[in-house]
Design a protein around this ligand. Structure first.
Ligand SMILES: [Zn+2]
Length: 70
């Protein structure tokens, strides 16, 4: 599939989403499985304040997860 056809393919899918997704988001969803690559990184590398190492917020077993090395 040429680059042009691939772009058209993403535009068609973006149009089909009724404006919910942009062409870029369609591309990212197909490529990474998420709308934005930053979503993909979250939980893997950067934890939010109050977020357990396992990815849960207010995790009941946060202490065990942190100390066990998850
Ligand atoms: Zn946890």
């Amino acid at each position: 599939m040429s680059g042009e056809l691939l772009q058209a393919h993403h535009k068609i899918l973006a149009d089909a989403s009724g404006g919910k997704l942009t062409e870029e988001e369609v591309y990212n969803l197909e490529t990474y499985g998420v709308k934005h690559p930053s979503e993909f990184d979250t939980g893997e590398n950067e934890l939010q304040p109050g977020q357990c190492i396992c990815g849960e917020f207010n995790c009941k077993e946060e202490y065990a997860h942190w100390t066990s090395g998850w």
